[in-house]
Ligand binder design. Structure first.
Ligand SMILES: Nc1ncnc2c1ncn2[C@@H]1O[C@H](COP(=O)(O)OP(=O)(O)OP(=O)(O)O)[C@@H](O)[C@H]1O
Ligand SMILES: [Mg+2]
Length: 305
């Protein structure tokens, strides 16, 4: 029988070990855990809507297409999407990420949903969440418990032979997203070409990513650029790119691409299809992004060994 966060809350909060110490020891455990090569990629943003879900689905799909056993996990528990993108019927969902992070279900094979794409699996989130309850509760104990649950899940996925985990995060400072950022090998920060998205990106990269600068690689990508841009706006976007790199330090963050809006992709979305066709320019750009992510993580891990 799995104990839920409620029964674990006392153990966590009454423990003599401080939260900080627990975090550090868990992180060092994670270091050794990573030797058997499960790589974790997260897609995150400060503001909503820049394309995290679109990119995480396509990155996970491409990793699987290359023969890597991959699981895409919906961490946007307040507004889950992955279930709909892959058209998973409700009755095929037995265990959700909410159940796992709250300890209400042991992470098990039933949580993994097979897609029609070989090697691509999903873990979906629950739509019926209530503010102030479960993972949306403000109780501190839940944060700690769900962080440990995330580690347990990582170990389980490793035992199941997964090569990549891709987390589609909720935007902003949500607990699950910050936890995922802490355990990620590579974080991809998605930014829209707008002043508020840019300002938000700088704020979040400074507030959170720099503080979690333990072992992860950081990347950023601008998405949803208009097909044609005035010269002065091209210049401005270039200066934003440089500013982010400078702010974060060039050796700590890498720029991936300026991705265009694809009207074909928008039109596909009307029919409920979100995987980029090989003929779309976005697919060609995505291939390069996936190459960079794979190679950079490989390099980082080779250096460590
Ligand atoms: N490059 C693109 N070209 C065309 N449409 C895009 C592109 N990127 C994203 N979209 C569309 O923009 C919308 C928002 O994208 P998406 O849901 O991936 O963003 P998100 O960052 O996950 O949003 P949220 O913060 O709400 O989770 C979707 O309708 C998606 O299909
Ligand atoms: Mg999303």
């Amino acid at each position: 029988m799995v104990e839920s966060w409620k029964s674990n809350l006392n153990t966590v909060t009454n423990s003599k070990v401080s939260g900080e110490e627990m975090g550090v020891s868990e992180l060092s455990k994670l270091e050794s855990l990573h030797s058997s090569r499960l790589d974790i990629i997260i897609l995150h943003s400060q503001k909503g809507g820049p394309g995290k879900t679109t990119l995480s689905c396509n990155i996970a799909h491409e990793l699987a297409k290359r023969g890597n056993k991959t699981v895409l996990i919906d961490l946007d528990i307040a507004q889950p999407t992955i279930q709909h993108i892959f058209h998973v019927p409700d009755d095929e969902i037995n265990i959700t990420i909410n159940d796992i992070l709250l300890g209400e279900s042991k992470v098990a094979e039933e949580a993994l949903i097979k897609t029609k794409y070989p090697d691509l699996f999903l873990i979906t989130a629950t739509e019926n969440v209530e503010y102030g309850e479960g993972l949306l509760s403000l109780l501190e104990g839940i944060q700690q418990f769900s962080f440990f649950a995330l580690h347990e899940m990582t170990k389980f996925l490793q035992r199941m032979g997964f090569r990549y985990v891709v987390y589609d995060c909720a935007p902003g400072y949500r607990m699950e997203s910050v936890n995922a950022a802490a355990v990620a090998d590579a974080r991809v920060f998605v930014v829209r070409p707008s002043t508020f998205s840019f300002e938000g990106a700088k704020q979040m990269l400074t507030d959170i990513y720099k503080k979690l600068d333990i072992r992860s690689l950081n990347f950023f990508v601008f998405n949803q650029l208009p097909p044609t841009l005035k010269k002065e706006n091209v210049k401005l976007l270039e200066s934003w790119k440089e500013e982010i790199i400078e702010l974060y330090k060039p050796d700590k963050i890498s720029f991936l691409d300026f991705l265009p809006i694809s009207f074909d992709i928008m039109e596909q979305g009307i029919k409920g299809e979100y995987i980029f066709p090989e003929t779309d320019e976005l697919y060609v750009r995505l291939l390069k992004i996936v190459d960079i992510l794979i190679e950079s993580i490989d390099k980082m891990k080779e250096k460590k060994n």
